[in-house]
Design a protein around this ligand. Sequence first.
Ligand SMILES: [Mg+2]
Length: 276
Amino acid sequence: MSEPFDPTRYDAFVFDLDGTVWLGPDHPIPGALEFVDACRERGASVAFATNAIIHAPATLSAQLQHLGLARPDEPVVTSGTVVIETLRAEGVELIAGVMPDQLAEMLIQADIEVVSPNDVSVDDFGSVGTERALVLAASRGATIGSIERLGRLAAAGHRIYISSKDPGFPVAGGIEPGGGVLFAALTAMYDVDATILGKPSPAYAAVVANAVGGRDRRILMCGDSQRADIGIAAELGVDSVLLTGHSILPISADLPAPTYIAPTLADAPRRHHPEG
Ligand SMILES: [Mg+2]
C-alpha cells in the first residue's frame, strides 16, 4: 500500500535551508524554487527553519528573497532565534559563549552581555545562577582552546546551551562544521550535559509552530537531516520529506523515520518504508 505523495494534504510547508533549498546562498538547489512556488500557488503558507546560526534571520531572508525562494513576509527561523528567545525567557543576563559574531551581536541587541570564555576565569564569571549561562554554537572560528575554556565553566556547574547536535551543514565544496562537532570536542574533555536549542528540540518546535500559525495546521517539514529535520517533524507530530541528494549521513533506523523520501525537491517524494 504505497500512498502517493499528495501536496494538497498540507497547508503549511516548512523548509530547511542547507541541503534542502540551497548549498549556501550562491548555490540554489535546482527544483527548490519551483516546489516552493507551487506550494504558494495552492495557497499554503511557507516558512524556513535552519539550524545554521552564522547569519541573522533577516540576512537569510534577504538572501532567500534575492533568489526568489522567499517572500518578505515568510518567517525564517534559525537556532539563533531559539537561543535568544530561550535565554530571554529564562532571565539570562550574562553569556560566556563560543559562537559566530552574528549571534553575539543578536544577543547584545537583546540586552544580554556576551563574554569570550578565553577572557574570563571560573572565578570571574561568577556563581552558578539563572542569570548566567553558556552557549556553544556552530562556528568556523571556534578553537579547541576556547571550547576547553568553556568546558571549565560548564564543569563548574553553569548551564550550557548548544545550537544543534548536527555534525555539519552541506555547503558548496564541503561542510560547515555544526554544533555537534564542537559539542563532541567539549564532551571529549569534560563530562557535561547540554540543552540543545536547534532542531529537533521542543523549544525549536514551539517557535516553528508559532511561525506557521499553530500546531493544528497540516504541516509538511522538508529537510535533508534525519536527526534535525525529521526529528523536528516527529516533535511536532507532522509529516516530513527527507531529501537525500545532499545529505551527509545515511538513513538511520535509530532516528525518527521520514514519511517520504526524495533525492531533491525536484523529484517526486516516495513513501518511505523503514523495513525496506
Ligand atoms: Mg540541512
